[in-house]
Design a protein around this ligand. Structure first.
Ligand code: ATP
Length: 223
């Protein structure tokens, strides 16, 4: 089985928190391929004003280039349907043969995963690799975390850290939810948009190429 990572997000803009997460996740799990998937119409953010998909896509491409790993998929952006992870997962599972998909998500997303469309099916079909985000603690209460996933049951809790760089929950569907131990960066796209609007610098919060793109395209001037 080939281990593929799928990393979806609004990426408005893609930032260093995302990129550092990918670098460290790759070091821990050693994926054969990482696919970045900018969302078309994010189901949970459809009421918010967002940058055009072309801009979010281009910034993801610039970041992937700097990352030197990862390809960017236009699947969700082109699909015109709401971006449900379930659909994306089905798409990649049928596109690539013999893959074992792992979804990379932030810990804030894990804590609300039970609101996702067909989340039980998502958790049946993919492993999860969870990036820690400040303010969304998890490792202290692995048992509690299992309850968030109900009716998916946790069969086993593996406390591997610090021998290996993650603790894991194993579901009754034989999928692994790996809680990765890595730098926690308190960076969000929201903060970046607000800084640009306020005329402040976003240097070192995004790559140089993404910063340049935001300035040239005058993104986030009016939020
Ligand atoms: P916004 O502030 O607009 O809500 P965001 O910064 O959360 O955006 P998204 O594009 O929504 O960025 O995030 C895509 C994925 O990356 C999500 O699973 C999210 O949890 C994760 N993520 C975002 N920022 C970080 C971070 N600093 N550290 C770890 N994971 C992150």
């Amino acid at each position: 089985m080939r281990r593929f990572a799928i990393f979806g997000g609004t990426f408005d803009p893609i930032h260093i928190g995302h990129m550092r997460g990918l670098v460290e996740a790759q070091e821990i799990i050693d994926f054969e391929k990482i696919i970045l998937v900018p969302a078309g119409v994010p189901p949970h953010k459809s009421h918010l004003k967002r940058s055009p998909p072309e801009d979010r896509l281009e910034m993801a491409r610039l970041a992937a280039k700097d990352l030197g790993a990862g390809i960017v998929s236009t699947f969700e952006i082109e699909s015109k349907e709401p971006s449900f992870t379930f659909n994306t997962l089905s798409h990649f599972s049928s596109t690539f043969e013999n893959i074992s998909p792992t979804l990379i998500i932030g810990s804030d997303s894990l804590l609300e995963i039970n609101t996702w469309h067909r989340y039980e099916d998502v958790l049946s079909r993919a492993h999860l690799a969870v990036l820690p985000r400040p303010g969304f603690l998890m490792e202290e209460n692995l048992d509690e975390l299992g309850k968030t996933l109900w009716p998916v049951r946790i069969k086993e809790i593996k406390r591997n850290y610090p021998t290996s760089a993650s603790d894991s929950l194993i579901t009754d569907r034989e999928r692994e939810i790996a809680l990765l131990k890595m730098s926690r960066l308190n960076i969000s796209s929201t903060e970046i948009r607000q800084k640009v609007e306020a005329g402040k610098s976003i240097k070192f919060l995004v790559t140089q190429s993404v910063e340049k793109y935001i300035i040239e395209k005058r993104l986030y001037r009016e939020v």
